[in-house]
Design a protein around this ligand. Structure first.
Ligand code: FBP
Length: 553
C-alpha cells in the first residue's frame, strides 16, 4: 500500500474526547435539561412535528450508565460536499458502538443518501475502519447530494431499515440534510418503526451554526488550508511586487470562509457578500472600492496586492441577481432554442440587448465578454445560470482594470496592474483534518452513538465549549426541531434549519471592519503556514479566529 509518512503517523493519533466522555461507556449518564421550543414559528413547527417536538436538551455526564442493553444496528450516511473529519465521525461512532457491545453493527450506506434508498452498503470492520482514522475525505463510503425528503423515499428507508434490523440512522450533513433528518425522524416516530435518527453538523461553509451549534466540522481545516496558501501568495506578492492576486474561495452562499481567511491572513481586500447585499452595492461600486486600494498602494510604489472574493458574491449584488433572473426568463423553455440558433455572438448580443430591460442591459454591458458568454452558456438542469461557475475573481479584476484605465486617463492613477487569478475550494475539503477537526469529529460520532444508546430521536449530536481545550468540551444533544423556523422555499412554507450568514454586527465582522482600511493600503499580511499536526498545542490545537472572536477571546 502507498501510504505517506504523514498518513502512517496520523493513524497513531488518538483523538481527544470531551472530559465527560473519557471514563468509559459504563460511566456515561444523561443529564436532562429543559424542554425546548423552536427558535421561531413554534405553533407551526409543533404541528408539523407532533412526535418529536419539544423534547429536552440533554448533556452527558460522568455517572452510572443507565441505558437499556439492546443490540444496535446503526446505518450511517455522508451527505453533500466533503468536509475534513467525516471519517473520524464514523470512527468515533464505530468505537462507541463496539465498546458498548461488540455484537453491535455499523453499516455504511454508499454514495450519500441514495445508498440507503438503493440498499447499497458495507458493514464496517476494525480492519476497514482503521485505514481511515484521522484521514481526510469521504471516500470511506462516498457521499452524494440526493435529498431524503419525500414520503415515498421515507417509506423505502423504513423498509431497508426493517430488512437489516436497523435501530438508528446517523446522517452527517449540512443544514438541508439535517432538516431532512428531522423530518425522517418524525416519520419514523409517527409510523412506530422504532428507528431513531441522529444528525451531525458538517460543512466547510460554516453556515450551519446557531446558539446551539458553535461550528460545523470541516470549517477549521478547510479555512486553514486556504489561509496557508493565501499567506504564501501574499508573501510571493510582497517578494516580487508585481502582481495583484484575486483569490476566490469556496462557500456557496455565506462568506464565513472568506472572512476567516481574511482574519488569518490580513489581505488588502476581502469582499463580504452579506455586506454587499446589506449596502446594496453595485458592481461598479465594488470595483471602485478595490480600485481605491490598488491606486493608494500604487501611489506608495506598491503595485501588488491580494484580494479575497467569496464564491457566492455575485448573487448578493442586487443588480446582478435581477440580471440573472431576467436571463433565466429570456431563455426559458423554447426561447433558448431561438437563442442557440443564432450563429454569431454579435447576433446573440443583439438578441440579449432586445430582451433585457435597459437597467439590466447596462449591467450586462459592463461585464467582460467571457463572463457575458458564461451567463448564457452554463445552465443547470433546471435551466438556471450556475452562479458558482461564474469566474467572479476574473470578473472583478476585469472591472477593476477598466476603472484603473479611466483613472489613468483622468490623471488620478499612474501605476501598473497585473492580475493573477486563483480559486481555492476543492483543495481544502479533503485535507487531513486538523487536530481540532479530528477531535471534534471523533467526539461528534462517539456522542451520536451515546444519543442512540439512550434512545433519543431527531437530535443533533452537539459538542460545545469548543474554544476551550477538548477536556472542557460539553457533549450532549439538541432536538433538531429547536433550530427550525418556517421559510419560503419553492413557493411553499417549509420547516428548515436557518442558514447562518455572516452577521454584520457580529464580533468577527466587526474586528475585520475595524482593521480593513489599514490592510487595504499597508502591507499587513500574516502568514499562518501549513496546518501542524504535531508540536506545541498553541500551534496544533488552535481553532479558528472566527470562533475565538465569537466567544469573546
Ligand atoms: P455542503 O454544503 O454540502 O457541505 O457543500 C459545500 C460546498 O463545498 C460549497 O462550498 C460549494 O459551493 C459546493 O459544496 C460545491 O459543490 P460540488 O461538490 O457539488 O461541486
Amino acid at each position: 500500500k502507498n501510504l505517506s509518512p504523514l498518513q502512517k503517523a496520523r493513524y497513531q493519533y488518538t483523538p481527544k474526547l470531551p472530559g465527560m466522555l473519557r471514563n468509559g461507556i459504563a460511566e456515561i449518564c444523561v443529564k436532562e435539561g429543559l424542554p425546548t421550543e423552536s427558535v421561531a414559528d413554534q405553533e407551526k413547527i409543533k404541528a408539523l412535528f407532533p412526535n418529536t417536538y419539544g423534547e429536552k436538551e440533554i448533556t452527558f455526564e460522568k455517572g452510572k450508565n443507565t441505558s437499556l442493553a439492546k443490540k444496535q444496528v446503526v446505518g450511517v450516511i455522508l451527505s453533500g460536499g466533503q468536509a475534513p473529519g467525516g471519517h473520524n465521525v464514523i470512527c468515533g461512532l464505530y468505537d462507541a458502538l463496539k465498546a458498548t457491545d461488540k455484537n453491535n453493527v455499523l453499516l455504511g450506506f454508499k454514495n450519500g443518501p441514495s445508498g440507503l434508498l438503493d440498499d447499497d452498503y458495507i458493514e464496517f470492520t476494525d480492519e476497514y475502519i482503521n485505514e481511515y482514522r484521522n484521514t481526510g475525505g469521504f471516500d470511506i463510503i462516498g457521499s452524494g447530494r440526493t435529498k431524503l425528503e419525500t414520503k415515498e423515499q421515507f417509506k423505502v428507508a423504513a423498509e431497508v431499515a426493517k430488512k437489516h434490523g436497523i435501530t438508528a440512522i446517523v446522517i452527517i450533513g449540512g443544514d438541508d440534510s439535517n432538516t431532512n433528518a428531522a423530518v425522517l425522524a418524525e416519520y419514523f416516530a409517527a409510523n412506530n418503526t422504532g428507528v431513531q435518527v441522529i444528525g451531525c453538523p458538517k460543512t466547510i461553509d460554516g453556515d450551519l451554526k446557531n446558539e446551539d451549534i458553535e461550528c460545523s466540522f470541516g470549517f477549521d481545516t478547510a479555512t486553514k488550508t486556504y489561509s496557508e496558501v493565501i499567506g504564501n501568495i501574499e508573501r510571493d506578492a510582497n517578494s516580487a511586487k508585481k502582481y495583484w492576486h484575486f483569490v476566490k474561495v469556496m462557500g456557496r452562499s455565506a462568506s464565513h470562509v472568506a472572512l476567516e481567511c481574511a482574519l488569518e491572513t490580513q489581505p488588502n481586500i476581502c469582499l463580504i457578500s452579506e455586506e454587499v447585499a446589506a449596502k446594496k452595492m453595485s458592481l461598479s461600486q465594488i470595483a471602485d472600492y478595490i480600485a481605491d486600494s490598488v491606486a493608494a498602494r500604487a501611489a506608495k510604489g506598491m503595485n501588488f496586492g491580494v484580494a479575497i472574493i467569496p464564491e457566492g458574491v455575485v448573487e448578493f449584488v442586487p443588480e446582478f441577481s435581477v440580471l440573472i433572473a431576467e436571463i433565466n426568463e429570456l431563455l426559458a423553455g423554447a426561447k433558448a432554442d431561438a437563442f442557440n440558433a443564432l450563429a454569431t455572438w454579435k447576433e446573440k448580443y443583439e438578441f440579449i440587448k432586445k430582451g433585457l430591460t435597459a437597467a439590466s442591459f447596462a449591467v450586462f454591458d459592463i461585464l467582460p465578454e467571457t463572463i457575458q458568454q458564461q451567463l448564457f452558456l452554463e445552465r443547470d438542469p433546471h435551466g438556471n445560470v450556475q452562479v458558482s461557475l461564474i469566474e467572479s475573481e476574473k470578473l472583478f479584476s476585469a472591472l477593476v482594470k477598466a476603472k484603473l484605465a479611466e483613472r489613468k486617463k483622468a490623471g488620478t492613477y499612474n501605476g501598473k496592474f497585473n492580475a493573477l487569478h486563483h480559486f481555492f475550494g476543492y483543495e481544502g475539503r479533503c485535507a487531513f483534518p486538523s487536530n481540532f477537526d479530528a477531535d471534534y469529529c471523533y467526539s461528534l460520532g462517539y456522542n451520536a452513538f451515546m444519543l442512540i444508546q439512550y434512545g433519543f430521536n431527531g437530535y443533533l449530536s452537539k459538542v460545545s465549549n469548543l474554544s476551550r481545550p477538548a477536556e472542557e468540551w460539553v457533549a450532549g444533544g439538541m432536538p433538531i426541531t429547536k433550530m427550525m423556523n418556517m421559510e419560503r422555499r419553492h413557493g411553499e412554507d417549509k420547516p428548515v434549519i436557518k442558514k447562518a450568514l455572516v452577521e454584520l454586527d457580529g464580533a468577527p465582522f466587526k474586528y475585520f471592519e475595524a482593521r480593513r482600511a489599514t490592510w487595504a493600503v499597508e502591507t499587513a499580511y500574516t502568514y499562518p503556514g501549513a496546518i501542524q499536526y504535531f508540536g506545541p498545542s498553541e500551534v496544533c490545537d488552535r481553532t479558528t479566529v472566527t470562533l475565538a472572536l465569537e466567544k469573546g477571546m
